[in-house]
Design a protein around this ligand. Structure first.
Ligand SMILES: NC(=O)c1ccc[n+]([C@@H]2O[C@H](COP(=O)([O-])OP(=O)(O)OC[C@H]3O[C@@H](n4cnc5c(N)ncnc54)[C@H](O)[C@@H]3O)[C@@H](O)[C@H]2O)c1
Length: 318
């Protein structure tokens, strides 16, 4: 399997992660075919991909006259139906899934699509935490299925967790590492346990910060600065959450809780309360911060969500 044989990649799920991956593939010179079940994502993903490529031009390719954002974008095609996507996949060498973090949804999609794909295609999943072996078995070609957990934002972060499960072939794993390296990434191999390496540590850490906020122990700005200024993190937990999306935080946390029964991974109440208010982060303009696009407008006050009195919370009147 030669990484240089890759010319075209099919991506399903064009949300935050899917679109950032698309930009990275285009930057490498690959053609990309995209599909999403939600037609509203077509325009949104085009905009996000264009923004990512402009960022890459400015920060990485400023001196490279051959790096042309419009030429990259011309290689990105979105199809409107699953049948059209399957037809385009016939000429792809890699398939990447970046749909919601839901094992049943991912397995159903893979069971349906993989039998219609060409024999030699290598299958990648951007899952944050789910059992890669379960998905590999669902697709029917476990030897060709690899977990490729890209970090948010994928086009900026160098590391990718390449998740090795017990039925993947050495060839597919090595091919994956080689293609990612060709793309300028610095992949590392992780074990197929819930949350792999990064989220196994990050998720309990983030949920503990949420719990501190809902106990009124910290403010958003102090919490973020405390970690950034003390531990050298590039950004604090609350800002990072807003980039990830509270809906994704819920799905990843709950999947990991169900897989491990570790109580630290049960999403804290504040997660459900913010989802109910559509405060998902950057994508809805409001999360732990208020956002104008990718710019913070202001820190939000969470004193109304502080849990002080259990009776008040469940509205018991004496
Ligand atoms: N957001 C992050 O920071 C982050 C980081 C690393 C990994 N991930 C993982 O990446 C994956 C995608 O996450 P995201 O944050 O991009 O989510 P998202 O909600 O932004 O996008 C998911 C997209 O998948 C589409 N979709 C859902 N079911 C589909 C189906 N059956 N067919 C076609 N399209 C479908 C949705 O319409 C949506 O546009 C998840 O597995 C998530 O855990 C997310």
């Amino acid at each position: 399997m030669d990484p240089k044989s890759v010319k075209k990649v099919g991506v399903i799920g064009l949300g935050k992660m899917g679109a950032d991956w698309v930009a990275n593939f285009l930057e490498t010179g690959f053609e990309v075919i995209g599909y999403d079940a939600n037609t509203e994502m077509f325009e949104r993903s085009r905009k996000q991909v264009a923004g990512d490529l402009n960022w890459l031009k400015k920060k990485k390719h400023a001196d490279d006259a051959d790096f042309d954002v419009d030429a990259c974008l011309a290689k990105y095609k979105i199809v409107e139906t699953e049948d059209a996507f399957v037809a385009e996949l016939q000429s792809c060498q890699i398939f990447l899934e970046a749909i919601f973090e839901d094992i049943t949804l991912k397995c159903d999609m893979l069971q349906n699509l993989t039998p219609k794909m060409p024999a030699g295609i290598v299958l990648w999943s951007n899952t944050s935490s789910l059992s890669v072996l379960t998905m590999a078995e669902a697709c029917g070609k476990p030897e060709m299925f690899v977990g490729t957990h890209g970090m948010n934002p994928v086009h900026q972060m160098p590391a990718v967790e390449v998740v090795r499960h017990k039925k993947v072939s050495n060839e597919a794993l090595q091919f994956t590492v080689d293609v990612l390296t060709l793309m300028g990434k610095k992949p590392f191999v992780a074990t197929d346990v819930s949350g792999f390496w990064v989220n196994k540590h990050l998720m309990p850490f983030m949920f503990e910060a949420y719990r501190a906020l809902e106990r009124g122990e910290v403010t958003v700005a102090d919490g973020d600065w405390g970690l950034k200024g003390s531990l050298g993190h590039p950004q604090g937990v609350f800002k990072l959450s807003d980039f990830i999306g509270m809906d994704t935080m819920y799905r990843v946390g709950m999947s990991m809780y169900l897989a491990t029964q570790d109580p630290r991974l049960y999403p804290p109440l504040i997660v459900m309360r913010m989802i109910a208010r559509n405060e998902l982060g950057v994508k809805t303009g409001k999360g732990f911060y208020e956002w104008d696009g990718f710019k913070i407008v202001k820190e939000r006050d969470f004193s109304d969500l502080v849990i002080k009195d259990a009776n008040k919370l469940i509205m018991i009147k004496e």
